[in-house]
Design a protein around this ligand. Structure first.
Ligand SMILES: Nc1ncnc2c1ncn2[C@@H]1O[C@H](COP(=O)(O)OP(=O)(O)O)[C@@H](O)[C@H]1O
Ligand SMILES: [Mg+2]
Length: 275
């Protein structure tokens, strides 16, 4: 373990704090003994190889999986936080494109946590929906079905749904992996705007360049390998520790990561896990 910044004690500047947090699915431990803090009004990147627990950490902060051992506080109280205060944009599932729903309907679902499923939309809800669509530049697509969109447009719609929720914490699971330049740009701008508005954004990525754009990085490998500023965390030594044999080489200070999406056979335990 190469310690970097010590995780801070609980304080209001952190939207989530884990203390010796262990999260398991049944008997399978996905994250063990994690001490971490996710700062408010900041962008945090969760980095680590496939199966390192990035989605699991997001699931835990969202309250979708309970902490096993240890503690997890979200927004100052033991998890789960009230649903409307944490927005979660899942990793794009291929099945989404088959849903017979329009762009506006998908973004409107972002208000359900606030309204309940059968609540009536008020003016404020409509404004939040429209503003979110405008920010991601999907307003022109509002009446189209998801299946009529490109992958990048669909992803922008999912992020717009997250923004429409107007939560304090925005969780994005691999939001910009493999996207076209425009979609990537719109999403990154939305992320920066959220931070500027004082909200916390936590996104997972296996792209180190994306991670370098964050204020704070958590490097995961079934545990917290390192956390702190990108330049403190994304060192060759830490990355070697997290990625092990998957680190193919070093290009100056930037090691190359063998993204095992392309090599599922190299990690049989994790094969088939990704869509
Ligand atoms: N629903 C689940 N049931 C059982 N095991 C799971 C589930 N989701 C993830 N895991 C396991 O937990 C570990 C961490 O997975 P995950 O958080 O999805 O990693 P990442 O997002 O970094 O790829 C992996 O070993 C994975 O196989
Ligand atoms: Mg994941």
């Amino acid at each position: 373990m190469a310690p970097t910044e010590e995780p801070r004690t609980t304080r209001s500047q952190d939207v989530a704090v884990g203390r010796r947090l262990t999260v398991a699915y049944g008997r399978r431990v996905a994250l063990s003994d994690c001490d971490f803090a996710l700062p408010a009004a900041s962008v945090t990147a969760l980095v680590g190889p496939n199966g390192s627990g990035k989605s699991t950490l997001l699931n835990a902060v969202a309250g979708l999986v309970p902490p096993g051992r240890g503690r997890l506080e979200v927004l100052g109280a033991p998890a789960p936080a009230p649903r409307r205060r944490v927005a979660y944009v899942f990793q794009t599932a291929a099945s989404n494109e088959l849903l017979p729903v329009t762009v506006r309907e998908v973004v409107t679902m972002g208000r359900f946590a606030e309204l309940g499923l059968f609540g009536r939309l008020r003016d404020h809800d409509r404004r939040a929906i429209q503003a979110a669509m405008d920010r991601l530049e999907v307003s022109d697509l509002a009446d189209r079905h998801l299946r009529e969109l490109s992958g990048g447009q669909r992803q922008r719609v999912q992020v717009a749904q997250g923004l429409a929720q107007e939560a304090d914490v925005l969780l994005l699971d691999e939001p910009i992996i493999g996207l076209d330049l425009v979609s990537r740009q719109r999403i990154l701008e939305a992320v920066q705007d959220e931070r500027a508005a004082g909200r916390a954004v936590v996104l997972s990525t296996h792209d180190l360049e994306d991670a370098e754009l964050a204020d704070h990085v958590l490097l995961l490998a079934g545990r917290v390998v390192a956390q702190g500023r990108p330049d403190q965390v994304l060192t060759a030594r830490n990355l070697r520790e997290a990625y092990g044999g998957r680190l193919l080489g070093a290009n100056g200070d930037r090691p190359l990561i063998d993204d095992d999406h392309h090599h599922p056979a190299a990690h049989p335990a994790e094969a088939g896990q990704q869509p």
